[in-house]
Design a protein around this ligand. Structure first.
Ligand code: PMP
Length: 354
């Protein structure tokens, strides 16, 4: 049909399932099992609806300032968006405009190739090593930019700042984006490297460590120059990405550092215990520094375990894709939820004769 000839056709990203049933245990989209900081509830109860008549601040300055203060950077170094998906999408549009391929790992966040396709960016997926590590030497080749998550998703593997710096050193002519969606669960952020590298962009989110996936806040920190370029693109697409309520809730959340530390500490403790419990059940996994574990069973099939858990109301994530089709990505829930998971796995594995 002729009207269909000039359409931008894409294969969209598939987000994790958001089941409608009540009383399920949801360990499939790396959400935080604990509520957001108490101050967020206060903002919501005291919110003046008259504000909704007016457009929000296109700069989301209150939120930008709170983030800048928290991370000890200049507000001009902070870009905010509707979740880090929005921030990353803007970063792809702004920074990856070369004929040379953008490089990212073969096993990684499955949105990167989707953004590359939608923006007509060429890319090359670089195989991780056998044990899902990045080999920095693989990133010594011509490229139009580099992006990887640290810790990686869905593997949970954390790379060192030394490795990141090696990649930066080898690529002074490219923008290097480190997607730190899961950095707050024990990893070391690349933010200190900003002092030395003007071409580094660090992206983080309120969705995981700050328990606010539902309100949609992500941010990038980089040199003033990089952030300036991103804002130019953002203001060429949509000025009002952040609404009044989101701006206020986000600013309040990031000011409560004590709560943030307590909650991330709890998740880390549950994760460390999960490593022991899953090992005892016969699972192996790369060591995770995120809020999920990417586990394979020594004898039982991941797809079958996934279905059996689902039929018991426990949702984890499974991809039938090369290299990862025998692994389950299990988000760390509360201790009580994890106990139910271990009980269900024990039952399922016994039935499978595993
Ligand atoms: N980066 C990675 C590596 C992720 O796993 C996710 C979560 N799907 C995101 C970015 C986006 O998260 P959000 O848009 O909720 O900030």
């Amino acid at each position: 049909m002729s009207w269909e000839n000039n359409i931008r056709r894409v294969v969209p990203y598939t987000p994790g399932e958001q089941p409608k049933q009540q009383n399920i245990i949801k360990l499939n989209t790396n959400e935080n099992p604990y509520p957001p900081a108490p101050g967020v509830r206060e903002v919501l109860t005291q919110f003046d609806t008259d504000l909704l008549r007016k457009y929000p601040d296109p700069n989301a300055q209150v939120l930008v300032d709170a983030i800048a203060e928290n991370y000890g950077v200049n507000p001009k170094q902070v870009f905010v968006g509707v979740g880090s998906d929005d921030v990353l999408s803007m970063a792809f549009m702004t920074f990856f405009n070369s004929d040379k391929p953008v490089l990212f790992p073969d096993v990684t966040y499955s949105f990167y190739d989707v953004w590359a396709d939608v923006y007509r960016i060429t890319y090359k997926q670089i195989p991780l090593t056998e044990d899902f590590r990045i080999d920095p030497d693989d990133y010594r080749q011509e490229n139009g930019g580099i992006i990887f998550p640290n810790p990686n998703a869905p593997t949970g593997v954390l790379e060192s700042l030394e490795l990141i710096e090696e990649i930066l050193k080898a690529n002074p002519d490219s923008i290097v984006i480190v997607d730190e969606a899961y950095i707050d669960f024990g990893g070391q952020s690349a933010l200190p490297l900003l002092e030395k590298y003007e071409n580094l962009l660090v992206v983080q989110t309120f969705s995981k460590s700050r328990s606010m996936a539902g309100i949609r806040i992500g941010f990038a920190i980089g040199s003033e120059k990089l952030i300036g370029y991103m804002n130019d693109v953002k203001f060429s697409v949509n000025s009002y990405t952040m609404n009044h309520l989101t701006i206020q809730c986000g600013a309040q959340a990031i000011r409560d550092d004590a709560y943030f530390r307590e909650m991330t500490g709890r998740i880390i403790a549950t994760r460390e215990n999960a490593k022991k419990r899953l090992t005892a059940l016969g699972f192996t996994f790369p060591d995770s520094m995120s809020n999920f574990i990417f586990a394979s069973h020594r004898s039982a099939d991941a797809g079958r375990i996934f279905e059996a858990l689902k039929s018991r109301g426990i949702f984890v994530r499974y991809w039938n894709k090369p290299r990862i089709s025998n692994s389950l990505r299990i988000t760390i829930g509360t201790d009580a939820e994890m106990e139910q998971l271990y009980a269900a796995l024990t039952e399922i594995l016994a039935k499978e004769g595993a």
